[in-house]
Design a protein around this ligand. Structure first.
Ligand code: NAD
Ligand code: ZN
Length: 336
């Protein structure tokens, strides 16, 4: 069964379809004028199931998320004589969706676009919220636009070919969503971690649905990240710094980042010790790390370089209970 969630954006509405199939993509796009952007891994796994449109294949992974790749895409779009009535369908994970959304939003000052989201992380996080962008030098997502895709297809069957580490990146974000605003989802994760890890269709469908609901709810109240949307950065201040300084996957980094943020929450008297232990246990149930052998000097240095920093202080997301978060401004010197 397909479950849908409608998201209101500044420039139009978007619909996320959970349980819809890549095979039905043709129902949602103008047949003649669609160009697909994908990466080579996704093409190798699922190219045979793509509708017969022109395809631009980019190199997989974060390395290719650059303005050079965007330039190559623009050149192919010119070659294909794409015009204002054309449509771009991004089929891939967060990297493909971020680049495809950015290219579509800027080429000819913006043409219509939608996504088939193929990783758990992009289904629960990256393709929801209307942020599209690329990296510049060492700065992640520093060039980009806010613009909602017309639709996001979350095809659950595509997750079966995802490497384990990629799946865990998605589970870490789901745990984050539960921790910051949904006690019921948190309990569901505690009770169903085995089925989740084995990609039981009902369990995974509910996890994606709830995550999209949570993220889209927050985004619709604060599209441009002036307040509440910052809660989605729970675990990410330290997480990004771990990721950058240790070269580890995003999910592992933010898991340890959520633990670090929760420890600080206990220290500030915002979170009970037993609630901290509960989060730690859940992260462990999902085979994600709660401890990392990091170098504090390097980590603090990476936090200072983070683009979201305002001078010596930053907006830090604390947990004030299982299922609730608060944002407070703190000094970088209070972080260790
Ligand atoms: N726009 C946002 O709000 C937002 C939010 C979170 C993350 N992001 C971005 O998302 C990116 C990470 O996304 P990701 O984790 O999906 O990474 P990704 O797009 O690099 O995909 C991970 C790997 O899995 C492969 N892959 C994709 N689908 C597959 C499938 N079904 N089967 C087998 N292999 C498959 C890809 O080729 C790639 O090698 C980052 O660049 C991050 O900045 C954006
Ligand atoms: Zn994240």
């Amino acid at each position: 069964m397909v479950k849908t969630i409608k998201i209101k954006g500044g420039d139009g509405d978007s619909v996320v379809m959970i349980g819809e199939s890549l095979l039905n993509l043709g129902r949602y796009v103008p047949v003649e004028k669609t160009v697909i952007i994908t990466d080579k891994n996704v093409w190798n796994c699922y190219g045979k199931d793509f509708p017969p449109y022109r395809v631009i294949k980019i190199e997989p992974g974060e390395k290719g998320k650059t303005l050079d790749t965007v330039r190559e895409i623009y050149e192919r779009l010119l070659e294909f004589e794409v015009d204002r009535s054309s449509f771009i369908a991004g089929i891939g994970g967060g990297v493909v969706c971020d680049i495809a959304g950015f290219a579509a939003s800027t080429f000819l000052r913006g043409i219509r676009f939608g996504f088939v989201s193929t990783t758990l992380l992009s289904q629960v996080d990256a393709s929801v919220g209307g942020k599209n962008g690329v990296n510049l030098d060492e700065y992640k997502n520093i060039v980009g636009v806010f613009n909602q895709p017309e639709f996001v297809i979350c095809d659950l069957s595509l997750l079966s070919t995802l490497p384990e580490r990629e799946l865990l990146n998605g589970f870490a974000e789901i745990i984050k969503h539960a921790a910051i605003c949904d006690t019921e989802l948190f309990v569901f994760l505690e009770d169903n971690h085995k089925k989740a890890l084995s990609l039981d269709r009902n369990v995974i469908g509910k996890l994606i649905y709830d995550s999209v609901k949570i993220k889209s709810g927050i985004v619709s109240r604060d599209e441009k990240e002036k307040g509440e949307r910052r809660k989605l950065n729970f675990g990410h201040t330290f997480g990004h710094a771990f990721e950058k300084s240790m070269g580890i996957p995003h999910g592992e980094a933010i898991s340890a980042g959520m633990i670090k943020a929760s420890r600080l929450s206990v220290k500030k008297g915002l979170l009970k010790e037993e609630e901290f232990e509960r989060l730690k246990r859940l992260i462990e149930l999902f085979c994600l790390p709660v401890e990392l052998p990091y170098d504090l000097v390097k980590v603090i240095d990476a936090i200072k370089k983070d683009k979201k920093r305002d001078n010596l202080s930053l907006h830090f997301v604390f947990l004030s209970g299982i299922g609730s978060a608060v944002i407070k401004e703190i000094l970088i010197s209070e972080l260790d």
